[in-house]
Every structure is written in C-alpha cells, then in structure tokens.
Write a protein that binds this ligand. Sequence first.
Ligand SMILES: Nc1ncnc2c1ncn2[C@@H]1O[C@H](COP(=O)(O)OP(=O)(O)OP(=O)(O)O)[C@@H](O)[C@H]1O
Length: 357
Amino acid sequence: MIGVSVQGVVKRFGETTALAGIDVEIQPGELFFLLGPSGCGKTTLLRCLAGFYIPDDGKILFGQEDVTHKEPHRRGTGMMFQSYALWPHMTVLENVSFGLEQQKIQKAERQQRALDALKSVQMEEYSARKPNALSGGQQQRVALARALVIRPKCLLLDEPLSNLDAKLRNDMRLEIRRICKEYALTTIYVTHDQKEALSIADRMAVFSQGELQQVGTPVEVYRRPRNRFVADFIGEANFLFGKFQSSTNGFHRIETAFGEIQGVAPVGVILAPGAKVTVMIRPEMLTLVEQAPVVNAIPAKIIGETYYGEVAHYEVAAGGGGATLRVSEINPQHLGGGREGALFAAVRPEDVVILTD
Ligand SMILES: Nc1ncnc2c1ncn2[C@@H]1O[C@H](COP(=O)(O)OP(=O)(O)OP(=O)(O)O)[C@@H](O)[C@H]1O
C-alpha cells in the first residue's frame, strides 16, 4: 500500500488553468474521490497521476517516489476509464490477462491471476465469452478485473459507472468499495455524482475551476461545508442572508429577515461583529412544527408539497417577506393539508452552518 502526495500541482492548457496549484495527501489504502462539476479539473488531476499529463509545476509522489515525470506504464497504476472498451475479438479471459502478457508473465501464472481477478468481480464463469455477449454491467466488471490483475500500487477510476443504469450503479459502487478494501488498494475515483462519493468514499476532495474547495469525509463535507459552493454542490441547501451578532457556547447568533438564527461556523472561521454571512440549512434538517421552539423558530406557511412515499418535499413561505424555504420530511404521515395554520420551520443550531461567502 502506498500513499499519494500531490504537491502544488499546476496544469495549464493555453489560456485555461485546469489545475491552479493543488495540494492533497491521499493515505495508503484510502478510497479517495475527486468530485466537482464538469470542467473543474478532476480528470486533469487523474491524468497527471496516471502520467498522461506532466504538470507545469508541482510534484506527485507515490509513497516516497517522485513520479512526476515517470512514463505511465512504469507507474504501476491500474486504470478504468469512462469508455472502458474491452477488445471485442478477445475473450473475457484474454482481455484480463493481456496486461500480464505485456509484463512477460508466464502463461500458467497469467491464466491463474486473470481467473482470480475475474473471481473477485464474480465473473469467472464468463471467462470464455466475448465482450459483446455480456451486459453493460458485466463488461464493467471485466474492465475492473483488467485494472486489478496487474496488482496496481494505485487504482485510478474515471467515472467508471457512468454507462450503467441507476440500479446497477448502486450495486457496482458497493462492489468497487468491497474490492478496493479487500485488495487494500489506494484508489482515486473521479466523479461528478455526489451520491457515488457520499456513499462509498473514505474522503473526498471537492473541486471548482481548478481549485480545491474542501477535503474531508462525506459526513464532514455534507454537514460542515466550508463555503457556499460546496454546500450547493453536495446535496440541497437553503441559503439565508444575515448579520453576525455574537457567540455563546460555540453557537453564533445571526440576525436575519426571519428573526434570529443560531448556528455553527466551519472550523477556523472567525466572525467579526456585524459581518455579513450566509446561513445554510439543509431541507431535511428543518421540521415543520406548530409550537415555536425556543431557538431557530422561522414563521412558515406551506405553499407547495410533493409526496414521494418515503419523503415529502415542501415549499414554505418563510418570514412574510416573500422568501421561501425547502423542507423535506422523512416518513411523512400525512401531507401539509392538516397543518394549514401558522407553522414554524425549526432547526437545531448544530445543523445550521454559518458561511462567510
Ligand atoms: N487536452 C486539453 N486541451 C485543452 N484544454 C483542456 C484539455 N483537457 C482539459 N482541458 C480544459 O481544462 C479544464 C478542466 O478539464 P477536465 O477534463 O479536467 O475537467 P473535468 O472536471 O474532468 O470535467 P468532466 O467532468 O466534464 O470530464 C476544462 O476547462 C477543459 O476544457
């Protein structure tokens, strides 16, 4: 197992700065996600790690070894890309063992290792088939076996599940996590799908326009986004504007158009009295109640509702000034019909994040 260290990596394409000085440490055996919207630079970083791009500045270390200028095939990385194209004229077994042939490994060992890799993705019984006789999900598994068979120091995955339907994607992402942990692989996984990252990542890095916005565990990034971009990109969020008043016991008091709201700030953020801030509240952290709670009572009236079975989404007019909030209710017993009177949207101060941008 090796760690991966990205130190001040810059990559430009003409006028475009795809990576504007990225520093990130990936731990040995970690399943680490690079997450962000289209064009933010995540594939460029993965390609720098694979050796397809040489950074204009900065260094990449695999363990203690500086690999910044090393050729791709000498880095010991296993890769699986969006277009995982298997060779159509080869059987599944031949596809998987091809990488070992290039490494001049003897036939008997090649076969055994390819079969072991196919077994780990539950595809050993398909070894004699050609790729066109497999489903999309099965082809994906074979592509994963092909990346694993060379026993990579580091596994690089670029949107590996983008060609699959929703159900298969769910199954395969759990499978990928199981395999990465079983092989104790340091894995770097690029996606723009936040659910994929939240559900299986050990940690993730959120990018925007070539810059790192936040690195953390899924819970840290979801519950304590560092800025508005992260809060908006990961999950749903309500944003309210306000002014910082004072703090007690780690909670900050913010004056807003809906009255006083109390919440927490990301670690290291210091607020000056009177500072303009954004209050971030996730829809499922709000509850609609009839009695005003002691803190964080936002006057609310339901103006729209959608029932999805396990969850109901409400749009509520909040505070009387024309502003609206989104509220999600898990396991709804009834829709808002029975609650037409004056309501309050309530939220615990520990679920409210105060942002400075
Ligand atoms: N070979 C290239 N030549 C010129 N510009 C490039 C090249 N590769 C990437 N870029 C530019 O660099 C920026 C980052 O691209 P990158 O492919 O890393 O984004 P991404 O986050 O992976 O996006 P996506 O999710 O759409 O694949 C974009 O503005 C892109 O247009």
